[in-house]
Design a binder for this molecule. Sequence first.
Ligand SMILES: Cc1ncc(COP(=O)(O)O)c(C=O)c1O
Length: 460
Amino acid sequence: MKNTIFAFKNDSPKYKQIYEQFKSFIEQGDILADEQLPPIRHLADSLQVSRNTTLMAYDQLVAEGYIRGEGRKGYFVNELEPLVFQEALKSHSKKQTESAKPVRVDFRAGVVDQTHFPLSIWRRMSNQVLTFQKSFLYGEHFGEMCLREQISEYLLQSRGMKADANAIVIGSSTQQILIYLGLILKDDYPSITVEDPGYDGARNAFQFHHFMLETLPVYETGADFSKLEQMESRLIYVTPSHHSPYGVSMPIQQRQTLIQWANQVQGYIIEDDYDSEFRYTQQPFPALASIDSARVIYLGNFSKSFLPGLRLSYMVLPQPLLKRYKNQFLHFESTTSLLSQLTMAKFMEEGEWNRHIKRMRLVYKRKMQHLVSLLKKQFEQNVSIIGEQSGLYILVKVHTKHSEEQLIQRAYDGGVKVYPTSPYFIKNNTDQPLIKLGFSNLSFGEIQLGVNLLKKAWLL
Ligand SMILES: Cc1ncc(COP(=O)(O)O)c(C=O)c1O
């Protein structure tokens, strides 16, 4: 065992500090299995603590299985499961690298702009909602009707959809909805086509139900439908408004082809209308579900358009599926916070939702333009920018011999966090690395700093 130097801090009990120190030695392999720990008396003397303190630390380690007492012989280290051991090592080395390199700019995509969040309005409405008597109940199984009515109105106005409020089901996230939906689909539709590349979170939900997966290749310019007829699946999951991750929108001809296909095979299209609110060049395209609602399961959510932590999303189900869904989940309580639902309904009813979307479209458009112009200036022909017409991130195709991993590491070493796109790809890989840069919660200054640091880190 290494020579141990304990430097006690004042903010936690000494026994706990001794316990934590030994635990981390064991997890990191500094003390090996079957090695003996110092006798209680020796340790207490050398640390100038009471024997009781040392005993309490050892008792805790025994209780958690790190060590065992062998009577008079003393305490010995137990064999650890390699997995536990490796996880601890991983998190330890992660902590070390994280603390070693300060991140100055984080181009994370799954966040929203904090400075423009309508905090005082939301707070006022939340407080009002807390005075409602129904706020103290469980809420309706398939979501609050007042919210479903607001969503129905919004879908008509902004997505051209005629969605009956009764056909809307509120859930807590896209994945949760897909998991529930999977339960009513998997027997009749054992396989599903997914976009490649495509949203890995949806794919995980389908894999959870052991759907067989077929793939629809998608490129920067859009999807390749040439093999659609040969697919076995009668179910397809797509992101037509803002493809994840390329950001392209599906042209009307392809939307019609897809609807025709679904009618022909008597199948369903799962339309994830993610990020549809933020288009910067033209008006948002109408939803697939506005062309033919009988064959489309429409998914919407409030994560990027409002607040991801709210965990509020919804789906619109065609009649036969709605009936099946309601039968299946008749005795299940809602998965979504009643308070959030009621507050959001109020927020929409009073016109704040529309104002918010309008304001944020402008905020994000300016940030997007700023990021794109800086990247073009700094990197010129060395990068291509993908997806600048919509959404809260862009993809940067880097013309380099470096891999995605190397680019991310170099950026990180230079104080910038950037993100991979490889998790989206199944077999349709790209020829050059594609890096994802989110900008939603960065200030103009941070965007500029981030691009400057990237330029230095990538040396392009
Ligand atoms: C295409 C797509 N749909 C849905 C989601 C997430 O939805 P939620 O916030 O409801 O979990 C993501 C998240 O990045 C996404 O990329």
